[in-house]
Structures are given as structure tokens and as C-alpha cells.
Design a protein around this ligand. Structure first.
Ligand code: RFL
Ligand code: PHB
Length: 394
């Protein structure tokens, strides 16, 4: 064994969940080590979420990393739903009595977190291979990993599994100790990033007979667009020209006419999945973020659900280290899951209402039509939508 590090909290995964927790704990004097499999550039190259709930932005500020977000992020007080060519405005601010969301890319907030961690001399180790958690049901759990051909060990009080859906944490829990709930959808999202002006000041979620499309953005010079595609499609099937033409065909004509096109600077396909692992704890291993749950992106809830886990874990750990109070850790899984399932419900519902389902019986198709019509017509229904979109309280 090359060397052993001693810390209080060993964190697997240097994505937004792991970095945010490490930063918040550090500000309270709680020591952690973060082990990340990839390089910093690789993590920052993943284009993912763009819409942050208020709970998330508050947590960024509490972590001391909110300055650039507050300068460069865009407040969105509403968004549009396009139903087969007609735009309907969802007034988030009016419907919720003043709430809104922030458009600020996951790449940017991850960069802010990295810079803050580095400025504080964080123990953040990249390119760790074969990370393994051990002795999870004892008071002395530890991690091992390999780097540069040597094996290292991290002794800690707790291990946090913040290593995403494909990470090692969840897989290290004995199968008979967890239940996994999963729903796989028969389509994916093809997304592109382009250095063009966003087609509309607000996001547009578009339902059309050709399939779902989303117009989003990262800034006034950087657009993010998605179209629903069959799972069998690959990125190679989609030239930029084909993408732009398909996107236009799914938008209202006047919006399509304004669409500025250009070369894509990123293009990828993400399958859509709902997934929850229960409980989110095994002994002294606590799962957080995508390691424990995945939502289809239609409700913009993935990263925001990770943030609520981190909020609960952070407060539970501070209570434990400052006051010897373990009650927050004991109830973590139950508390986190209650909010996780609400985000699951909303994401599933938004997905079901806005996508084309191959092989949908006519009856289901009619129900889907009327479901959306009802939500657009009824203020009570739109209020429900808005309340969930801006984010339920932590
Ligand atoms: P991440 O971001 O997957 O980070 C996990 C990190 O762990 C590392 N790792 C390991 N490290 C060491 N050892 C191992 N064995 C490891 N295995 C993995 C990985 O390299 C990685 O760095 O999980 P985290 O931190 O929980 O964050 C979750 C979010 O990334 C995710 O929920 C969102 O991106 C989901 N999402 C969205 N969420 C929103 O709230 N709003 C949105 O608008 C939104 N849009 C999206 C999205 C996700 C998308 N895709 C591609 C899935 C749009 C898309 C297209
Ligand atoms: C994004 O900008 O990437 C984005 C926005 C809203 C969503 C999903 C993704 O619902």
C-alpha cells in the first residue's frame, strides 16, 4: 500500500454532487477527500443540465460559489409549451407568487466548484482507478484506489457515493439490501450545442406529431437544442443539416423562421430513463445524486434532485460533527427519497405528456392530447406545473 490518507468523509465522484458536498463541509471545518475517475477537462466537457431551481442557487451561494452564477446566469420567469405549432406561455413567476429558475450550465457551475476547491487546497484526486469502498457496515469504512500504478487507501468515518449512475458505490451494496425501481422510455434525446443566438428568450418545450423538441440555451450566444429520436439512432445518423431541419419541423412556423443555425460544437444522444434505488444508505455509505436516482430530463430535475440530496446530507453531517446528533443521518434516506419521488413523478409526467410514444393505442393518444389541453387551459393545473418546475421546498 503506497500511502494511507485519513479524512472524515470520503467522497467517490467529482461531479456536481461530490464537489458541492466537499465544498460545503469544508466551510464548516469538516475534512473530505474526493476521488474522481476522469480528468478535470473530461468532467468539464460533459454538456448536461442548464436549469437550476432556487434551492440549488441558494446552495451555490451558501457554498461561496455563487458570484459568477449571479453575474452570468439568466433568471427565467417563465417558459413556453408549444402544442403542435401553437405557443402557450407558462408564467412561473405569476403562478408561484414570485419564483423563477436560473439558466446556468452544469459545466459552468462545476468549473466554479473546481476553482473554489482548488483555491482552498482541497484533496481532490483525479484519474483514480478501481476505487473500492470497504467495511461499509463498520465504524471504520475505507476506500482503496489505484493511481500511477500504486494502490492507495483513504480511512474515513463516512463514504459518500456521488459517482453517478454508472459508478461503483451503488454496485457495492449487496443486492438483497436494496430495491431498484426503473422505467426505460422507448426514445432518447439528441442534443446539440451551437454558437448561435437562442431562438426565443425563454425555453420552449415543443410537442409535435414528429416528436418532442426542446429549445434551451446557455447564454445569449450559446444555444442548446434537443429532439426526441428513436433509441436505434446514432449521432452519425444526424448531420447538422438534418438536425436543424427536423428541429424546425417540430416548432411553430414563426419560431422556426427565426431559428439561427450554425455548426454544432457538441452533439450527443442520451437515452431516457427513470430510476430510483432504495434505501439511499447502506451502513456508513450514503448515496447522493445520479448514483441513487435518474430522471428523464424533460422536467429539468436531475441536477436539482442531486442538490436536494446534498442539502440534506450536508445538514445531517454538520449536526453529527458539531453536536453529535446522528438523527439527520438516520433519516437521510427517507427524507431524501420523499423529495426524489416527487421529482420522479413530475419528470415522468412531463415526459409522458410531451413525447410521441411509438405504438401508443389511439385511446392513449387521445388522453395525451387532452391531458396537455387541460393543463394549458386550467390555471389551477398550470399552477401545479409551475410549482413543480421551480422546485418543491427542501
Ligand atoms: P455525475 O455528474 O454523473 O458525476 C459523477 C462523477 O463520478 C465519477 N465517477 C467515478 N469516480 C471515481 N470512481 C468511479 N468508479 C466513478 N464512477 C463515476 C464520474 O466521472 C463523474 O464525474 O453525477 P452527479 O454529481 O450526481 O450529478 C448529477 C447530474 O450530472 C445530472 O443529474 C444532470 O446532468 C441531469 N440533467 C439535468 N438536470 C437538471 O437538473 N436540469 C437539467 O436541465 C438537466 N438536463 C441532464 C440534462 C442530463 C442529461 N444527460 C446527458 C444525462 C440534460 C441531459 C442531456
Ligand atoms: C438544457 O438546457 O440542457 C435543458 C433544459 C431544460 C431541460 C433539460 C435540459 O428540461
Amino acid at each position: 500500500m503506497a500511502n494511507t490518507i485519513k479524512t472524515q468523509v470520503g467522497i467517490i465522484g467529482g461531479g456536481p454532487s461530490g464537489l458541492m458536498l466537499a465544498q460545503l463541509l469544508d466551510l464548516k471545518g469538516i475534512d473530505s477527500v474526493v476521488l474522481e475517475r476522469q480528468t478535470r477537462d473530461y468532467v468539464l466537457g460533459r454538456i448536461r443540465a442548464g436549469v437550476l431551481e432556487k434551492g440549488f442557487t441558494d446552495l451555490m451561494r451558501e457554498a461561496g460559489v455563487g458570484d459568477r452564477m449571479d453575474r452570468e446566469g439568466e433568471i427565467h420567469n417563465g417558459f413556453e409549451i408549444s402544442d403542435n405549432g401553437t405557443l402557450h406561455h407558462i408564467d412561473l413567476k405569476g403562478l408561484t407568487g414570485g419564483d423563477s429558475v436560473m439558466v446556468y450550465g452544469q459545466t459552468e457551475l462545476t468549473r466554479d466548484l473546481y476553482e473554489a476547491r482548488e483555491a482552498r487546497g482541497a484533496k481532490l484526486i483525479h484519474e483514480t482507478e478501481n476505487v473500492q469502498p470497504h467495511d461499509l457496515t463498520t465504524d471504520a469504512p475505507y476506500l482503496t484506489y489505484e493511481k500511477d500504478g500504486e494502490t492507495h487507501r483513504v480511512d474515513c468515518d463516512f463514504i459518500i457515493g456521488a459517482d453517478g449512475f454508472h459508478g461503483v458505490s451503488r454496485k457495492s451494496i449487496p443486492e438483497d439490501q436494496i430495491t431498484e425501481y426503473e422505467k426505460v422510455y422507448p426514445f432518447g434525446w439528441l442534443g446539440i450545442l451551437s454558437e448561435t443566438k437562442p431562438v426565443h428568450p425563454e425555453l420552449i418545450y415543443a410537442r409535435s406529431e414528429r416528436g418532442f423538441a426542446l429549445c434551451s440555451m446557455r447564454s445569449q450566444v450559446l444555444s442548446r437544442y434537443y429532439v426526441q429520436v428513436p433509441l436505434t439512432d446514432t449521432v452519425e445518423d444526424w448531420s447538422d443539416a438534418r438536425f436543424w431541419s427536423e428541429l424546425k419541423a417540430r416548432l411553430p412556423e414563426d419560431v422556426a423562421a427565426k431559428l439561427e443555425t450554425g455548426p454544432s460544437i457538441e452533439k450527443s444522444i442520451a437515452p431516457l430513463r427513470s430510476f430510483v434505488c432504495e434505501p439511499m444508505r447502506y451502513g456508513n455509505l450514503f448515496l447522493a445524486g445520479d448514483a441513487a436516482h435518474i430522471v428523464p430530463p424533460t422536467g429539468a430535475k436531475g441536477l436539482n434532485s442531486a442538490a436536494s440530496d446534498i442539502y440534506y446530507l450536508y445538514h445531517a453531517m454538520v449536526a453529527f460533527y458539531d453536536e453529535g446528533d446522528a438523527s439527520g443521518l438516520e433519516s437521510y434516506s427517507e427524507t431524501a427519497l420523499r423529495r426524489v419521488w416527487k421529482a420522479q413523478r413530475f419528470s415522468w409526467w412531463m415526459t409522458s405528456m410531451l413525447h410521441e410514444f411509438p405504438d401508443h393505442p389511439d385511446f392513449d393518444q387521445r388522453l395525451q392530447d387532452i391531458e396537455l389541453a387541460y393543463f394549458l387551459d386550467s390555471e389551477a393545473a398550470r399552477t401545479t406545473l409551475a410549482e413543480n418546475y421551480v422546485g418543491l421546498p427542501f
